[in-house]
Write a protein that binds this ligand. Structure first.
Ligand code: 5GP
Length: 203
């Protein structure tokens, strides 16, 4: 158990700044890898297949559900998203820490299946901020943007499912908080190995 990687599950309504925070954490730690999800959403202009997502059509996604390839999956904003099981299992078993960026429905599924995992929820300081950020991003049509805002109002209510909440008003402060969580989770007494060896104590 001690050698297993840790699973960091991060959720946030669109526009809360989650992607930038996750990228910064990934840049900071070599032993942390991003779980690339499978989705039926169309790629955005700057997205890369196999880096941001594995983009598939609906039939392929449904076949993957049938073949039990997902650890969890959900419909979000009208598209399907799922976490490939194989990657997570292999990485955790080899001691690599994993960062999952999934919606609250997926996080809830995971929590009911796995007895470990650190659950972090990131929110914007207000709905007004959220709308501004989504508009500035210019990645969605007006219709899709409205759908994401409506969903954000619903998603925020899931906050009690999470171990930690970060209110992202200022990037630096929010990143320090996320980093603090990451560090603290590595100092848990149950995970610190062989203190007797380190201190040269007789067992
Ligand atoms: P976006 O379309 O903006 O990339 O992502 C939309 C939402 O889908 C975000 O809340 C993101 O966390 C969520 N999402 C991305 N991948 C997965 C996944 O594998 N499973 C679930 N349940 N949600 C995901």
């Amino acid at each position: 158990m001690n050698n297993l990687g840790k699973l960091f599950v991060i959720s946030a309504p669109s526009g809360a700044g989650k992607t930038s925070l996750c990228n910064e954490l990934l840049k900071t730690y070599d032993n942390l890898e991003y779980s690339i999800s499978v989705t039926t959403r169309k790629p955005r202009a700057d997205e890369i297949e196999g880096k941001d997502y594995f983009f598939v059509d609906e039939d392929t996604f449904k076949k993957m559900i049938q073949d039990d390839e997902f650890l969890e999956w959900a419909e979000v904003h009208g598209n399907l998203y799922g976490t490939p099981k194989k990657f997570i299992n292999e990485k955790l078993e080899s001691g690599v820490n994993i960062l999952l960026d999934i919606d609250p429905q997926g996080a809830r599924q995971l929590k009911s299946k796995l007895h470990f995992g650190v659950y972090v929820f990131i929110i914007a300081p207000s709905l007004k901020d959220l709308e501004e950020r989504l508009r500035n991003r210019r990645t969605e049509s007006e219709e899709k943007l409205r759908l994401r805002l409506e969903n954000a109002k619903k998603e925020v209510r899931y906050y009690k499912d999470y171990d930690y909440i970060i209110i992202n008003k200022n990037f630096k402060k929010a990143f320090n908080e996320l980093n603090a969580i990451y560090i603290a989770e590595h100092l848990r007494s149950k995970d610190v190995k062989k203190i007797e060896d380190i201190m040269n104590l007789e067992v």
